[in-house]
Design a protein. Structure first.
Lengths: 217, 217
DNA sequence: TGCAATTTTGCAGGCACTGCAACGATAATG
DNA sequence: CATTATCGTTGCAGTGCCTGCAAAATTGCA
């Protein structure tokens, strides 16, 4: 009855290859510097042909950036909407973001976790890559806007009649939250990536609140 | 006594070429779609060799994106710091940003203005390019953070003793402002680029203020 | 085992971009 | 004006990213 069927050899090989490529890309980049690594090298290290590399990833960047998450977990979204009235909305969003910022769950073992850590160290050295990652989160952004819209609607049902304003407001809230994320990352990067990123996120969102009170001066 | 010396033939040719390339790049991209235009075509249209194209711009993107402004005008910065106590800081930043968002001055004629308009229309069709432009404003970001730091210091001299917090706070304010810009652009883009972009910017920053009051629920 | 579906690979080629060295035009000097 | 120095332009050769296509290898299934 589980829809989690034992994956065949094909599928297993597929994920293995994908992982091998990602690992190769990250390790090499961390070692020699992202710019100095060629796709051919990565393919070699991953034991596939260069052509196969591009069957798995559309670009060299994509391999090191990793899947841009398409959105937060549905359960988290539930919780977010639940808490509509009891919690500052920014706090809700912070929780939503932190859950898919610092990667993940036990579903795909600790191999993935290790990858993520390498990825973060690499982004620390190449701010360019972090920004690029932020930019490629278009899907996530859309979903966030939708979800935030719903919650804003709960807070102020009157907005139902003005979907345009609703949408704009939701978008702004999401963008501001992303500003919080960027700031958190910058803080974290400034101290060389020591400490927990989520801590920086919390501080960042706290300052966001404080900003609200000061800003109207 | 003016330090604006008549530029020689060399210099004049140089700016002409640069302009020709930019125009060619923008017009062709708007016409055939950015992805479908090659550097060779642009060079042809601008009557230079492909190699020369890269003497003027480091990449195809750079040609259509244009110079990322390095920062607001010094005078504007003056005014911004002047107004420290009399004006909400976000309003100050909004003025600072709008001045270099919707391009410019009379210094380099209306040719530049025309270019800028084409550029905006192009970015409307390729959101990717707008985001890229935002990302490449690293210099401007740094300067903004500096300036905002100064102003925050005026507001709360106690921060002098804690440069780290000061810096972080300033950075957050700048990032939030950029969120406002992104949102303004999105609004403007959603209505197909009709109306004035600066209007969207104003509405965006107004909502930013309103957000402040609502957010703490 | 034999057939169908899918994945891997090699190959040819396009496009972005770079360093280098020759060439050409402008500027500076006598 | 002639000479020389300076600086921009160009062609060329080459690297690297990326794609489409078709053959070969692998896996799934009867």
């Amino acid at each position: 009855m589980t829809d989690v069927k034992e994956p065949g050899l094909r599928e297993r090989k597929r994920v293995a290859t994908r992982l091998a490529i990602e690992r190769a890309a990250l390790d090499l980049s961390l070692d020699k510097g992202y710019e100095n690594v060629t796709v051919d090298e990565i393919a070699d290290a991953a034991d596939v042909s260069p052509r196969t590399f591009f069957n798995y990833f559309p670009s060299k960047e994509a391999a090191v950036i990793g899947h841009a998450p398409e959105g937060p977990d549905p359960e988290k979204i539930e919780a977010f909407l639940e808490a509509s009235a009891k919690q500052p909305i920014l706090d809700g969003i912070r929780d939503l973001l932190s859950s898919f910022l610092d990667a993940k769950s036990d579903e795909d073992a600790r191999a993935t976790h290790q990858l993520q850590e390498t990825r973060m160290r690499l982004m620390l050295q190449n701010p360019h890559l972090f920004r690029q990652r932020m930019e490629t989160m278009e899907d996530a952004t859309k979903k966030m806007i939708e979800v935030v819209s719903k919650r804003l609607l709960v807070l102020d049902p009157a907005l139902e009649s003005d979907p345009t304003t609703l949408r704009e407001r939701a978008r702004l809230v999401v963008f501001v939250s992303f500003a919080g994320v960027r700031n958190a990352w910058a803080s974290w990067a400034e101290r060389g990536g020591s400490g927990r990123l989520t801590e920086c996120l919390e501080r960042s969102f706290e300052q966001l609140h404080q900003l609200s009170s000061q800003v109207n001066v």
